[in-house]
Design a binder for this molecule. Structure first.
Ligand SMILES: [Fe+2]
Ligand SMILES: [Fe+2]
Length: 185
């Protein structure tokens, strides 16, 4: 079977917590950490949309090179820093704690950790292009190529990141909500 970005990846045996805390109820979560986690992911989605919107304006020639650089540099600084920091916190702190909390989900957390590696490769490429763009000379063709490459790489990041955020939420948010319910009982 061909695997695409839309192919479901979570094993049904991992989805017991999600069946007990379905997405339809996430608007009323009492777990502070679950709400913070979802808000963090929303801000990552927002940063990605901003970057892609700028890329579309560049491709439609609605913005010149200097304008592109002026907007792209701060957007990239914020978005890449945010993603690096978020992954580091998850890898070093939250994922190990959640693995211990529910050993049945170990393979699920392996999958999320592998996503982080795949995302890190895309982020490293964007980090390099970010530095190039900051130092580029617009009189040289390489500066224009850098903008094109950046837009392409940002577009490649989008679907991989969105799939990761969605799958991670399906595993993590119900665990946090159930933990919160047990604490409150
Ligand atoms: Fe993650
Ligand atoms: Fe996350």
């Amino acid at each position: 079977m061909e695997t695409t970005l839309n192919t479901p990846r979570l094993d049904p045996s991992w989805l017991g917590p999600l069946a007990r805390v379905p997405r339809s109820g996430w608007g009323a979560l009492t777990s502070e950490l679950a709400r913070t986690w979802l808000a963090m992911h929303e801000s990552l989605r927002h940063g990605q949309r901003e970057l892609e919107r700028l890329g579309q304006r560049w491709q439609a020639r609605q913005i010149d090179w200097m304008g592109f650089r002026r907007e792209a540099l701060p957007l990239l600084t914020a978005h890449l820093g945010h993603l690096h920091g978020h992954h580091r916190l998850e890898d070093q702190h939250y994922f190990p704690a959640l693995r211990r909390a529910d050993p049945n989900l170990a393979r699920g957390f392996d999958l999320l950790a592998a996503d982080h590696q795949q995302l890190d490769a895309l982020l490293r490429s964007l980090d390099g292009l970010h530095r190039q763009l900051a130092n580029a000379n617009p009189a040289e063709a390489a500066a224009w190529q850098c903008a094109h490459d950046l837009v392409r790489e940002a577009q490649a990041l989008g679907p991989v990141m969105l799939r990761h955020l969605h799958d991670e939420e399906d595993l993590v948010i119900p665990l946090l909500a159930l933990h919160d319910q047990r604490q409150a009982a």
